[in-house]
Design a protein around this ligand. Structure first.
Ligand code: HEM
Ligand code: HEM
Length: 461
């Protein structure tokens, strides 16, 4: 029974496919949320579609369902491949997949009914927090055992990032979701926001970021057929990421009365993030130097290199908006929503999509059904996202400036109405891209030309 769960790389493929499915589902909920903001009366009689319910479904489905699933799928392929062995247990991989996605599914099922822990990024209720934590622990076990049984001595940097991401999440997720308080999933008072944003920040910083960097470190050297520029630099980037990123969540609550030392540390180390960001980008771009043409010509490479450019933009904007003087204008406004989209979709989402199109053929033994559709998907997401960034940043500045001048929140709404309509319209491009992507994934697995992938020589280097 369920013999397909024993097939080599089947768990990796399953994570990739389900990620493509959640990408589409998440955009539908994004559109519901956007329509509600553009036209608040639209869904007024449909409780499960109102903004307060569709928004958390959208956000969690994107973070845990789309980006994390796809990047974990990539890791389940590249870790064994780089170690020239097989995944320790394919079946355990499937169990992790089931538990992880049960949690993702609980989003539309429970939030739509108003059942939620009500803390941003920590909305899943207790029982599903446990399911997700167990999934992470099983993934760690699986990867550690794979490493123990390896036939390649060198632990290429992607492996460090993949295992690091899961280890850190096994710590930050239960802490941020306060799992020792099953009833509320929360602490009381101000301390709760410190715990929440320690975790909320690390969800993107110590889960999505290292998984995305790990995938980029795998794909770029392979597509350009060039050894990685520097292994030393890659480890400097790894250790400075955990040293600096882990404790800067305070920059989300600078306006709250948290201790001043915590604010100072979070702002100073937000600036210092230039070190891990620059080392990764220099390393990847120097590796790709002179091979830009071949990266761009490769549909998967195109996504990954664009993802690294978004990373530069996100991590230039991020430290600037950590400054209290800047946040006086930007905080609470659509500016932050713009940052969130270029970060989660532009940086980690683009690299997840690049990883999908590079690794799906290697793991399934079927060539991508249509490279043209991948390029079309790229164009649609890029257009939609650039539009989001411009529209949301402008709307944010309009809001922030008006509020600073003492204007009331509701009186600014007419001024940003046009931006809300534009965002909903731009969302249609991203929705189409997700639909085309899912179609291409399904057709790749059903109709893609069969081939035997070459084994990796010495890792991608
Ligand atoms: C140098 C790196 C970065 C810094 C310093 C930074 C800084 C910040 C700051 C200060 C905020 C809060 C702004 C406010 O509320 O006023 C924020 C929000 C956010 N950031 Fe970043 N960021 C960085 C990179 C990233 C990356 C790589 C990701 C995703 C992979 C990301 C995802 C987000 C998200 C989703 C939010 C919105 C949080 C919310 O719901 O309020 N950021 N960032
Ligand atoms: C059809 C495309 C999309 C539409 C229409 C859309 C719309 C929205 C809306 C309306 C919100 C709530 C903003 C608010 O609270 O004011 C939101 C938040 C968010 N979306 Fe999307 N979105 C789309 C695609 C995506 C994708 C592809 C991702 C990630 C891969 C994503 C990640 C997020 C995140 C992380 C937030 C939280 C932002 C924050 O709290 O600052 N969205 N989106």
């Amino acid at each position: 029974m369920l013999s397909f769960t024993r097939k080599p790389q089947s768990a990796a493929v399953a994570f990739l496919v389900i990620g493509a499915f959640w990408f589409l589902t998440g955009t539908v909920y994004g559109l519901f949320s956007a329509i509600h903001l553009a036209s608040p009366e639209f869904f007024s009689n449909i409780p499960w579609l109102v903004f307060g319910r569709s928004r958390p479904v959208h956000v969690n489905t994107m973070v845990f369902g789309f980006v994390a699933n796809m990047l974990i799928g990539c890791a389940l392929y590249y870790v064994p491949a780089l170690l020239r062995t097989r995944l320790w247990s394919e079946r355990l991989g499937w169990v992790s997949l089931a538990l992880w996605n049960l949690t993702v599914l609980s989003g539309p099922a429970t939030f739509s009914e108003g059942i939620t822990q009500g803390r941003e990024y920590a909305e899943y209720i207790w029982v599903f927090d446990i399911a997700l934590t167990v999934a992470v622990l099983l993934l760690i076990l699986n990867l550690i055992m794979t490493i123990a049984e390896r036939r390649e001595n060198t632990l290429y940097v992607s492996i460090w990032y993949a295992v690091g991401a899961l280890l850190w999440t096994a710590g930050t997720y239960p802490i941020g979701n306060v799992i020792w308080h099953p009833g509320t999933g929360a602490l009381s008072g101000l301390l709760d926001s410190v715990f929440l944003w320690f975790y909320g920040h690390n969800l993107v910083g110590l889960l999505l970021t290292p998984l995305a960097i790990g995938a980029a470190y795998f794909v770029i050297p392979r597509v350009t057929r060039t050894p990685l520029f520097s292994h030393t630099l890659s480890l400097v980037g790894f250790w400075t990421l955990v040293a600096l990123y882990s404790h800067i969540g305070g920059h989300h609550i600078l306006q709250a009365p948290i201790p001043n030392w915590l604010k100072t540390v979070s702002v100073v180390d937000s600036m210092a993030m230039i070190v891990p960001v620059a080392t990764v980008l220099v390393n990847l771009w120097v590796t790709a130097r002179g091979k830009g043409g071949s990266l761009w010509a490769d549909p998967a490479g195109r996504f990954v290199i664009a993802g690294t450019i978004w990373y530069l933009i996100v991590c230039t904007q991020g430290p600037i908006q950590s400054l209290p003087s800047v946040q006086k204008v930007t905080h609470f406004s659509n500016w932050v929503v713009g940052h969130a989209h270029i970060a989660v979709l532009g940086f980690s989402g683009f690299i997840a999509l690049g990883g999908l199109w590079h690794i799906l053929p290697l793991a399934s033994g079927r060539r991508v059904y249509s490279g043209k559709l991948v390029n079309l998907q790229f164009g649609l997401v890029l257009f939609g996202l650039i539009g989001f960034f411009l529209v949301l940043s402008t709307a944010g500045l309009v809001q922030g400036e008006a509020w600073r001048n003492g204007e009331l929140v509701y009186r600014v709404l007419p001024q940003i109405a046009i931006y809300m309509v534009l965002r909903a319209a731009l969302g249609a491009f991203i929705f189409s891209a997700a639909a085309i992507g899912l179609y291409n994934v399904i057709m790749t697995l059903r109709r893609g030309e069969r081939f035997t992938p070459e084994p990796l020589e010495e890792g991608p280097s």
